[in-house]
Design a protein around this ligand. Sequence first.
Ligand code: GDP
Ligand code: MN
Length: 393
Amino acid sequence: MEYQGKELFRRVGIPTPRGVHATSAADTVAFVAANPGSWVLKSQVMMGGRGKAGGIKFADDAAAAKPLADELFGKVLKNEQNPDGEEVRSLLVEEKVQIASEAYASITIDRAAKKPVIIVSSQGGMDVEEVAEHHPEAISKFWIDPAIGFQPFEARQLAFAAKLPVGYHKAFPKILAGLYQMFMEYGANLVEINPLVLTASGDVIASDAKVELDDNGIYKHPDLNAWRNDGPADEDQAAAVAIGLGMSNYAKFADESGEAPKTIGTIANGAGLGMGTMDAIKSAGGGAANFLDIGGGAQAELVKNSYNLVTSDPRVKAMFINIFGGITRGDQVALGIVEALKGDDVRKVPLVIRLTGTNAEEGRKILAEAGFFPVETMNEGAAKAVALANGAK
Ligand code: GDP
Ligand code: MN
């Protein structure tokens, strides 16, 4: 969300208005009362276009802030892209700045060029897609060669090319350098400032922030893990986040009439392999109760937590773990599983494991000795799991 994006902006030296993140209307009003001045109340939701959706309000004192904060908390913001809407649960209360000019700056990956691309426009404050459609000349792009990095003179050239008002020119190289540093260090898919404001007093400030981090890069910044708790929209997502996985790494499936009862818990590494695993279970006449994508390099702790999450569903009568090893050593994966599941604090269900990759055979031996059911192929594993779930020994 915006307040988190701005926290990252501050870490890389991009100026932002001063403000606080408030989680109740009472906190909001108390803050404005204690800090006289003009404040903006900004709804913290994932969706964009909050201004148009009625999620941004202005208050010059606590008396004005009170009804606005009461209105915003609990309000569901909607627009065309988000017809279901999103409920406002917190506000960023930020010093109101006097806007002289609004520009746009972002960095994202250009998949076709396989390079980060910087996009700059003098038409900030509105939807960049709209600007691209109606005023393509107002948008300038610059592709960065990651081996060389980004140079201040390139920022100056971009400022000229995009016809940014002169007031931006001095501050602009430092802001783009910060944006690029953040993009690289945090493994972002997108960093966007819209609007990048030139204030009446001549300062250049990031008035809005949109940051999309790649889940796969979060491990580099464990302090950001807590932020992931912000997003989950349902129980499954919350459960996945709670054990350190991405929000979409776990899903539970409801029973459906006419289909086999869903009695098999599944864990695989990679969403694609997971789909294949569920299909194989279905062709073997069974039903997957859930699916957990454990990702790469699974540590014993994560294996255990994943196992516990999957078996927490009382419908689960057997488990199928499908790990495509590649260069990961099968014997190590096997030892990890044995270690993770040896305690009394796990619900024991028959466990079928398919392991491939280096030392897979040694891995299977270790698993068999520990009382699990190692198999060589996915179909064999699916058939075995279905049989075990139906009570075979
Ligand atoms: P978005 O609609 O979700 O992109 O939210 P923004 O943070 O971009 O705010 C939307 C619009 O509200 C901006 O483009 C500004 O026009 C206006 N706005 C936001 N903050 C301020 C501020 O501090 N001062 C003034 N004058 N306008 C603001
Ligand atoms: Mn914006």
